[in-house]
Every structure is written in structure tokens, then in C-alpha cells.
Design a protein around this ligand. Structure first.
Ligand SMILES: CC(C)(COP(=O)(O)OP(=O)(O)OC[C@H]1O[C@@H](n2cnc3c(N)ncnc32)[C@H](O)[C@@H]1OP(=O)(O)O)[C@@H](O)C(=O)NCCC(=O)NCCS
Length: 328
């Protein structure tokens, strides 16, 4: 069986930058609090005329060009997002049409929060193994459009972005997908949730009036604890499954939620700062887009070289986690 892996990388960041000082004008917060608690200095905000499919298409087109193929060559499209274009159908439908892809299998992997992209890679590898030759995988989020802009505990943490890869097999593979560890602990489903809009709490005038549609519930401390525990364990598991050692890791690309979470994972894994990629300072938490954006950047900046062993590790609402070992 030919190697299955990444053929091309792409990312897209909206041009509007919002700094911590900009937030301090709107909310009772300051740069010192945000920086010391999260490591975030600024984030991007999608323009009013941009929606999820615009960001997804921009990242996807770069990934297709990097892979040296066109949308017509795709056999499948998977979009990982919790901030879809519309309630239904899925963003993948709009993206298939926008890109001019064939009448291929296309679906969203929604609801798994920030773990969505790595989980989608896990699915894509299996799909390439079984049926599809080339799968486009996108992680995209416009969190700033669903969050509560007057809640300082959550609003300052998020930003908008999209990242994409093309997965395939054979000679053009730049990074082989070696092993995965994806899992779920639904006991923690309520520590990070947006309830209104589902069948448990449907949209209504009352809900809208009390701001329920933007009631983003987060138990920050529990999310922190679970994230560190699961991200570090999943990273160790993918190494074990690949028969590789921590010493061999060239770079870990973790979900970029918070610098303190990243540092705690790094310490648990016993890695140096230079072995862990960080861009949360520039973009904040962009949900399922953080890992593909960071991977595209690290690749472009020469932080990853041929022969490198790279580990992706992510966590998200659910509570889900997903990690991958990649051989560049
Ligand atoms: C959210 C998080 C940054 C909070 O950090 P923390 O060190 O736990 O903060 P604490 O809970 O100790 O402090 C909260 C205090 O700061 C205040 N506060 C919250 N947001 C603030 C802000 N933006 N500016 C200033 N003060 C703020 C709170 O009101 C509270 O004040 P109080 O003690 O008077 O009640 C941290 O828990 C975290 O990063 N959790 C993970 C979140 C995450 O990654 N979510 C996305 C998952 S994909």
C-alpha cells in the first residue's frame, strides 16, 4: 500500500486585526490580563461580507495549488467546523459548488470543536485507504460571529481563520499520516457548549431576548485540566502506535487555545520550547482552524524539514481529542 498523507497545505487569515487594547475599549479587561492568562496578543476578525465558505474556499484553493491539482481532481471534501455557513445544509455543500469540484462525497464534521480538524484527518486517511483518491480536509471557524461580545471571560480568547490540506497517496505525499489517537469523554459535554438552537433549547423570541443564542458556556478551569491531560496522553499514544520515541519529535503542533495549556502539555511531554509551534499570540483560538493554519505556517517558515517527525494534538468540546503522528 502506498503511503497516505498530505499533498498540499493552505491557510487563510482575515485581514482585520483586533488587539487586546482594542478589546479593552469594549470590555472591562486589559492586555496584561489577556496576555498573562492566555498568551494571546491579537486575533483576526472576518469582514462583515465574509462567511464560513469564503474563508474555507480561500484556504482550500491554496492547498489545491500547493498539491498541484485542481478542484476537479478531488474525490471527497470534509469540512471541520462548529460555525457553519447555515444551520443546514452543511458548509461542505457550499464549498463543493464554490470550488467547482465534481459531484463528490462531501460532508461536515461538526460539533467536535477544536478537535475537528485532526479528527477529520483520521477519517480522511481511512477514506483514502478505502475508496477516495484525493480528499480535501478543511478546518474553518468564524467564532467571532457566534460568541457573546460582552462576555469578557470567553470573547477575548477567539479569532477567525481557515486551514486546509489535500490528502492522497503515492509519490506526491509531503507528510505521511502514520498513526492517530482519537477519543471522546461525553461526561464533559457540558463544560464547553452552546445550547440554544438545538432540540433541547430551540430558538425562540424569549431565548433571543435573554441572549441565549450567544450563551457560550465554558468552565475554563475544567477545560484547561482536561485539555492538558488528553492532549499529552494522545500525543504519547500516537508515538507508541508508530513505534517512535519522544526524542525523535522534531515539532509538536498543538491546538492553539491558550499558551498556558500549550506550555503545560510541553512540560508533560518533556519537550523544549523550540519543539512546539506557537502562534496563539497572533491569532487566538481559531477552533478547528488552529492546527491546519499552524501546520501550513510551520511548513512555509521552514520549521519542518523533510525527514521530520511531527505530532499534531488537539482537544475540543465534547469532550473530544485527536492526535496524529506525521512523517515529513
Ligand atoms: C479562561 C481562562 C483563561 C481563565 O483563566 P484563569 O486563570 O482560570 O482565570 P480565573 O478563573 O482564575 O480568573 C477569573 C477572574 O478573572 C476575571 N476575568 C475573566 N475574564 C477576564 C478578562 N478578559 N479580563 C479581565 N478579567 C477577567 C473573572 O471575572 C474572574 O474574576 P473574579 O476572580 O473576581 O471572579 C482559563 O481558565 C483557560 O484558558 N481555560 C481554557 C479555556 C479554553 O481553552 N477554551 C477553549 C477550548 S477549545
Amino acid at each position: 500500500m502506498a503511503k497516505i498523507g498530505i499533498l498540499g497545505f493552505g491557510s487563510y487569515l482575515p485581514s482585520r486585526i483586533m488587539t487586546n487594547d482594542d478589546w479593552a475599549v469594549l470590555l472591562d479587561t486589559d492586555d496584561e490580563w489577556i496576555t498573562s492568562r492566555s498568551g494571546i496578543k491579537e486575533r483576526r476578525i472576518a469582514a462583515a461580507d465574509e462567511s464560513t465558505v469564503d474563508l474555507a474556499a480561500a484556504a482550500a484553493e491554496k492547498a489545491l495549488a500547493d498539491a498541484g491539482i485542481t478542484a476537479a481532481d478531488l474525490d471527497e471534501i470534509i469540512v471541520a467546523t462548529d460555525t457553519p455557513e447555515v444551520y443546514f445544509p452543511d458548509t461542505a455543500s457550499y464549498l463543493q459548488h464554490r470550488l467547482g469540484a465534481g459531484e463528490v462525497t462531501a460532508f461536515d464534521l461538526g460539533g467536535s470543536g477544536c478537535a475537528g480538524f485532526v479528527l477529520a484527518l483520521d477519517v480522511a486517511k481511512a477514506r483514502v485507504h478505502a475508496v477516495s483518491k484525493k480528499v480535501l480536509v478543511v478546518g474553518v471557524e468564524i467564532a467571532t460571529r457566534i460568541m457573546n461580545w460582552s462576555d469578557r471571560a470567553t470573547a477575548v480568547l477567539f479569532g477567525d481563520a481557515a486551514g486546509a490540506v489535500v490528502i492522497g497517496a503515492g509519490d506526491g505525499v509531503k507528510a505521511e499520516l502514520l498513526t492517530f489517537d482519537s477519543g471522546t469523554d461525553g461526561r464533559y459535554a457540558d463544560i464547553l457548549t452552546l445550547e440554544t438552537g438545538g432540540t433541547r433549547r430551540p430558538f425562540s423570541l424569549d431565548e433571543a431576548q435573554r441572549g441565549g443564542h450567544r450563551e457560550f458556556t465554558m468552565n475554563g478551569r475544567e477545560v484547561f485540566r482536561q485539555a492538558v491531560k488528553r492532549m499529552s496522553a494522545a500525543a504519547e499514544n500516537v508515538l507508541d502506535r508508530a513505534g517512535r520515541l519522544k526524542d525523535e519529535i522534531a515539532l509538536v503542533i498543538p491546538h492553539q487555545a491558550n499558551l498556558r495549556i500549550i506550555d503545560a502539555v510541553r512540560n508533560k511531554l518533556g519537550l523544549g520550547e523550540e519543539q512546539v509551534y506557537v502562534n496563539v499570540d497572533r491569532y487566538g483560538n481559531t477552533g478547528s482552524a488552529t492546527v491546519p493554519v499552524a501546520m501550513a505556517e510551520a511548513h512555509q517558515e521552514g520549521r519542518i524539514k523533510p525527514g521530520d517527525l511531527v505530532v499534531l494534538t488537539a482537544f475540543g468540546a465534547g469532550f473530544h481529542w485527536s492526535a496524529a503522528a506525521l512523517q515529513f
